[in-house]
Design a protein around this ligand. Structure first.
Ligand SMILES: Nc1ncnc2c1ncn2[C@@H]1O[C@H](COP(=O)(O)OP(=O)(O)OP(=O)(O)O)[C@@H](O)[C@H]1O
Ligand SMILES: [Mg+2]
Length: 472
């Protein structure tokens, strides 16, 4: 009721509101006359505001002894004695000593209770912080953990191994345990005491800092949870002093890149094995695109990141790692934005990675499987495999000149299937990302190619102009 134009005296009947608890505010009006002593009946009242009126006379004793009153403002009236009844009581001018006494006792009680509550709250907060700190040390981010140089840091999605276990399992990271080397580091085969074999990637020193500052346990947890038959399992991460290790499922036959382009292994994959690798890798990539939440764009699809198990089944590897290494700090293009020969053309001018960049890179892998050629070609032949294949088709070269000579091409069924997969590869490597298929469509087309080839894509040996946009 405060802030109105009420005039006249305060109604005596207000004293009948005995259940009124929080506040009675009739301040900033034009009320005059005496304060009715009936307000002393408001025994539950906690705040009373009668200030900024024309009230006069003595403050009733009954108000001074209200047991619940915590705050009372009687200022800017014409009252005899103090205008403030709670906040600024003046002992000398107090209208009612009894009320003041009550107030100061109440203040004392309030102070003691507040103090006790304060102490209890403080103790509680300290206890909660202590518990959180204790928990944090278990699940702390690697960045936090790594501040303590003398401690090893581990993160394993499943039960893990200590750094010492890994040292023993790799013969102290001896050269004989090396299974491959990449731009980011060296990969070792680790045979654990229980007989389990895992792959351990030891990152190069320049990558260490990068991973340490950008990796969080949360990211590793998410990546470590990915389970698909065509995806290399991420077992964990281990930091020990200067060594930064990533633990993966071991792939007995290494990478597709090595098998296809290595001297010793050249020609060991027949067309059927290559087709199954293409389909398996497509399924792994499709899983990353469609079934992971949030979606994972691989960003570095290449034959070196398609690993082969003992049955030559394809497993997509190194997903997520590219994201964990900060591009601005890394000199390794291959770790972040893809590898030369696999990078989608639009990436150069948009610098934006989309799933269509993965599709392009996957198309290049298909071309590698079909031609047996490396993604990087001599400049006079176009500089990259996509250009080489398109130029070859433009020159109306016969399929046998494009297909890998190491494959037995005597079967018509094989060459027909290869022709269809070549069409899919060209579709995937369309210059415009809009014209590229999705991974689901790629899988459907691959299956279709084997089952009879009802795809309506243009023949790779047709006269379709290839240098322009949208060949497929
Ligand atoms: N999980 C694994 N199991 C078995 N061998 C592996 C595994 N991961 C990698 N390798 C081997 O190590 C090699 C190097 O792999 P790595 O991922 O370090 O480099 P990359 O993929 O060739 O290049 P980049 O560093 O640019 O990704 C692979 O070609 C493969 O032979
Ligand atoms: Mg790799």
């Amino acid at each position: 009721m405060g802030g109105n134009f009420f005039s006249g005296s305060i109604p005596v009947e207000l004293g009948q509101l005995t259940a009124l608890q929080i506040a009675l505010n009739i301040s900033h009006n034009n009320l005059s006359g005496l304060i009715p002593s009936s307000l002393g009946n408001l025994r539950m009242l906690e705040s009373l505001y009668l200030n900024h009126n024309q009230l006069s006379g003595e403050i009733p004793t009954s108000i001074g002894v209200l047991p619940s009153l915590m705050e009372c403002n009687l200022s800017n009236n014409n009252l005899a004695g103090s205008n403030h009844c709670h906040l600024f009581p003046s002992p000398s001018s107090a209208p009612n000593p009894g009320w003041l006494k009550e107030t100061s006792e109440k203040e004392k009680i309030v102070s003691i209770v507040s103090f006790c509550i304060g102490v209890i709250s403080l103790t509680f907060i300290v206890a909660v912080c202590w518990v959180m700190r204790a928990q944090k040390s278990t699940f702390a981010s690697l960045e936090d953990q790594l501040k303590t140089d003398d401690l090893d840091s581990y993160y394993f999605p499943k039960e893990g191994f200590s750094y010492q276990d890994l040292v023993e399992a790799t013969g102290n990271f001896s050269d004989t345990a090396i299974v491959g080397k990449g731009a980011c580091g060296v990969v070792y085969k680790a045979v654990m005491t229980g007989g389990e074999v895992i792959a351990v990637k030891k990152l190069k020193s320049r990558e260490k800092e990068l991973v340490l500052t950008t990796v969080s346990v949360q990211k590793y947890r998410l990546l470590g949870q990915i389970r698909h038959k065509n995806i290399v399992k991420l077992y964990g991460f281990c930091y020990h002093q200067d060594n930064n290790l990533i633990l993966y499922e071991y792939m007995a036959n290494g990478s597709l890149g090595e098998v296809l382009h290595g001297n010793e292994t050249a020609g060991m994959l027949d067309w059927d094995a290559r087709y199954r690798i293409a389909l398996g890798a497509a399924e792994g990539l499709c899983y990353l695109h469609y079934d992971c939440k949030p979606q994972i764009i691989h960003r570095d699809i290449k034959s070196n990141n398609i690993l082969l198990d003992e049955y030559f089944e394809a497993h997509v590897g190194d997903f997520g790692l590219a994201k964990l290494i900060d591009f601005s700090l890394s000199k390794s293009m291959s770790a972040v934005a893809g590898s030369y020969g696999y990078i989608a053309p639009e990436y150069a001018y948009t610098m934006k990675v989309t799933e269509k960049c993965d599709i392009y890179s996957f198309g290049v892998v298909l071309l590698e499987l079909i031609t047996g050629k490396s993604p990087v070609q001599p400049l006079e032949q176009g500089g990259d495999l996509v250009t080489w294949v398109r130029r070859s088709i433009q020159k109306l070269e016969i399929a046998s000149q494009i297909f890998d000579h190491r494959i037995d091409l005597s079967s018509k069924r094989t060459t027909e299937e290869m022709s269809l997969v070549l069409k899919i590869a060209l579709f995937c490597t369309s210059t415009s990302p809009l014209n590229r298929p999705t991974m689901r469509e790629v899988i459907a087309m691959l299956i279709d190619a084997r089952e009879g080839g009802t795809t309506s894509l243009p023949s790779p040996t047709s006269e379709t102009p290839l240098d322009g946009e949208d060949f497929c």
